[in-house]
Design a binder for this molecule. Structure first.
Ligand SMILES: Nc1ncnc2c1ncn2[C@@H]1O[C@H](COP(=O)(O)OP(=O)(O)O)[C@@H](O)[C@H]1O
Ligand SMILES: O=C(CO)[C@@H](O)[C@H](O)COP(=O)(O)O
Length: 479
């Protein structure tokens, strides 16, 4: 008997990735991939083209497909179904002032955290709509529908039906959806968008069917990329994920939603009906690629340099805010290197400080989700940056908890495929895909006590440098 096949798509910041899996076991039988253009403002047509390239020749015999996508991006569509302007992505910081204004206008951080689970920063769709209303009002007037990247791709795949769809996970990153009430806050949207009330996609349940393509493929609801990764990893209580892609995210699945008035933790929904408290840094894997480019080497040599330096980089501390920062909320920040001396100024130490600086931001994220009541006993490290040997060596030291690397895989695409298999099966629970396969996870060496102390010292220096350069208060261990 031939296996029934499902496909999952990850339309992330830098590329589209596709996996085709056996619907029963999750075994990957085919893959595809295509790059996205650079920039924080992208014509969605480029994602559609990348989707076509990545799926070309790969979807034969596939019964169902699900799309996971980068969160928050603002896709605006007019009455005729045409895109009004290029999408503003999650890492576009031009709406930072709009985020501040909206936070004040609608009652302050705790009111926002209680009503939509998160305090808006420039990443959230709602702030991008405010920016559009203020800076491009004529274009704003043309907007008939607002979609997220995964909503728009699903809608295109279904040949632009009258009603577009989304899911609770991705909707929770808009800033106008309440994960605890499971309902849009149309009032918040109208306020932000100067009284305009564009149509929003219908929010489907976790295993609902969005529709069928012209050639009969079932399409599932799809979700945001972090929610899709959580679905693939079948997270248990005590498990946190750190994803090192363009963004550096820290998240776990919880039964109860979070409402962090400090704004560090976003109180998202997950893709199973539960919740996904998450911190997101703007600077992750690209800190390593930028570091390697600056030193004039490739990634393997960059890793070798970082690994040949001592832990602590001879006293160098890199604050890696190369693209501004979101957590902490420093949209206009730039990166900086602290503690340079004639003795420690070497390529090895700079490479090491880049890896340590990136991971210190994520360690602060772990402390923030813990402060929201998340139990963190272990970290699963995923995303492109988790392939780095230097990251694998430094992560256990800086994060201070056991770290595992799941078997190499595209976890966002796998989660989207698992959702498609779930919708296809029509069962109460998603198919169990990990089973025995999870044994192939790589458990990284746990640090000895001396390394743990060095890790704490590296983090202390990071937080102190951050305070000195950006005035963010040091709350070591509970940041
Ligand atoms: N071995 C490696 N060392 C460091 N970074 C890597 C390595 N392999 C891939 N990357 C980086 O990972 C990033 C892509 O990761 P990915 O999770 O696909 O990102 P995104 O989901 O944001 O598109 C790129 O910046 C790439 O340079
Ligand atoms: O904004 C967030 C999470 O809130 C990002 O995590 C985006 O969802 C993009 O993810 P990557 O493309 O970096 O994986």
């Amino acid at each position: 008997m031939t296996a029934e096949l499902v496909a999952g798509v990850d339309s992330s910041t830098q590329s589209t990735k596709v996996v085709v899996c056996d619907a029963r076991t999750g075994e990957v039988v085919r893959t595809g991939r295509a790059p996205h253009p650079e920039g924080t403002e992208v014509d969605p047509a480029a994602w559609w083209q990348a989707f076509g390239e990545a799926t070309g020749g790969v979807l034969e015999g596939v019964s169902a497909i699900g799309i996971g996508g980068q969160q928050h991006g603002m896709v605006t569509v007019d009455e005729a179904g045409e895109v009004v302007r290029p999408a503003l992505l999650w890492n576009d910081t031009r709406s930072a002032q709009a985020a501040k204004d909206l936070t004040e206008e609608l009652g302050g951080p705790s009111v926002w955290a209680k009503s939509v689970g998160s305090v808006p920063v420039a990443s959230f769709t709602v702030t991008k709509l405010r920016w559009l209303a203020e800076h491009e009002p004529k274009l704003a007037d043309r907007v008939a529908r607002v979609l997220l990247p995964h909503d728009w791709l699903t809608w295109r795949l279904l040949d632009r039906p009258e009603t577009a769809v989304t899911d609770r996970g991705d909707a929770s990153g808009t800033g106008y959806f309440s994960p605890s009430e499971n309902a849009y806050r149309h009032d918040v949207l109208a306020h932000a968008f100067g009284g305009r009330t564009p149509e929003l996609p219908t929010v489907l349940g976790p295993s609902d069917v969005a529709g069928h393509t012209a050639d009969g493929m079932l399409v599932s609801a799809g979700t945001g990329d972090n929610m899709a990764a959580a679905l693939a990893l079948e997270l248990a209580p005590g498990d946190a994920v750190i994803s090192l892609g363009t963004s550096g995210t820290v998240f776990g699945v919880t039964e109860h939603g979070s409402a962090d008035a400090s704004g560090l933790v976003a109180g998202f929904a997950d893709a199973t009906g539960r919740f996904l408290p998450l911190t997101a840094a703007l600077n992750a894997a690209r800190v390593l690629t930028a570091g390697a480019a600056m030193l004039g080497v490739g990634l393997p040599e960059f890793d070798r340099l970082a690994l040949s330096a001592e832990a602590g980089a001879g006293g160098l501390t890199l604050l890696p805010y190369l693209d501004g920062e979101r957590t902490p909320n420093l949209p206009d920040a730039t990166g900086s290197l602290h503690g340079l001396t004639r003795t420690n100024m070497s390529p090895e130490n700079v490479a090491r400080a880049s890896v340590e600086g990136m991971l210190c931001g994520l360690a602060a994220g772990l402390d923030a989700v813990r402060a929201q009541g998340m139990d963190v006993r272990r970290v699963q490290l995923i995303g492109g940056g988790a392939q780095s040997a230097a990251v694998r060596a430094v992560a256990p030291i800086v994060l201070g908890v056991p770290v595992v690397i799941p078997e190499a895989g595209e976890y966002v695409a796998l989660g989207a495929a698992r959702q498609a298999a779930w919708a296809l099966a029509g069962t109460a629970e998603p198919p169990a895909w990990l089973g025995e396969g999870s044994e192939s996870r790589l458990e990284l060496d746990e640090p000895v006590e001396a390394q743990r102390l060095v890790g704490k010292e590296i983090q202390r220096r990071h937080l102190e440098a951050r305070q000195a350069a950006h005035g963010v208060p040091v709350k070591f261990g509970e940041d």
